[in-house]
Design a protein around this ligand. Sequence first.
Ligand SMILES: [Ca+2]
Length: 363
Amino acid sequence: MIRFTYLLVSLMACSSCSETPLEVAGHPVELTNETFEEITEMATGLTTPWGLTILPDGSALISSRTTAQIHRVPSSGGTPELVGIVPDVSFSAEGGLLGLETSPTFESDSSIYAYVSFSPSNRVVKIRISNNFCSLEVTDTVLQGIVSRDRHHGGRVKIGPDGNLWISTGDAFQGDLAQDLNSLSGKILRIGLDGSIPEGNMNGSPIYSYGHRNVQGLAFGPDGLLYASEFGHRAWDELNLIQRGKNYGWPQTEGINGNTGERPLEVFRTNECSPSGMAYASGSLWMAGLHGQRLYQIPVDNGSISGPIVSHLFQQYGRIRSVEVAQDGALWIITSNTDGTSAAFGGVSPGIDDDKLIRIVIR
Ligand SMILES: [Ca+2]
């Protein structure tokens, strides 16, 4: 394993290289890494990593989108160890093995949840991990029937403070599905850990909110509020505050272009963002930018943006796919340079050590 720990002083020197000024919806964005105490490469050589979840022992599980493998990286970093291959995964341009989430009772059930692309429909499965982390077994399908196409799967799974499983989907490249309340596509879904439908969803369905194009980031604030990042088409990516039963506008409205549905909390130009994973820590949302090749820090409080938005790691690690918060408050992120994305959508040539798992200590 190659590990580099960068001291703050080197970060400040690097971030002093002046780049083209960035804007978010017309507002300037601060470009800096000064918020970071330390950056450590925990693992390298990952293949198309997508899902990331941190286990109670501090180690990380990472899904490989195009191989359906799950690897484990020890809490101190090191060579990724193969846990197993998830069966019955269909691969496509954006499909495969996507989001992972640890069961809240992992210490007794050794289980995680995973979003799996499959034909004819995507599903969310429960997977038991062996005690020695050397094998896995799918033990349950908690949700199925999410339309699968080659693109726009969504794919993030998170357990909320309500104890339910929250799932983001995409429109399967059929915008009208986002407005169709008989379809699970283009939605944010909420189900019980056993696949049951909790009280308060729309029409007794798994649907919590609708009118989404492709949501790959879900993060709960300390007050329980849910934020979601959403890919736009060609103009505006979105950060939304998710409310029960609300319409978020797609395909009639993209970002601030149109008047259908809820207004985003913030919009980002697609070539400066293309947001995937997101987490909340230290008063801010931390949103991964693929095309934008950066990590956005978005201070939030009580459902509103509460301070200047900051762009970190700009072009330092390439595309960033996922962000999670470890038990000690550090951010763990994974890069996404091996996924074969074309340059037109911000793809880059992978470096010799790509892709990487990186740990970031916030000051
Ligand atoms: Ca919208």
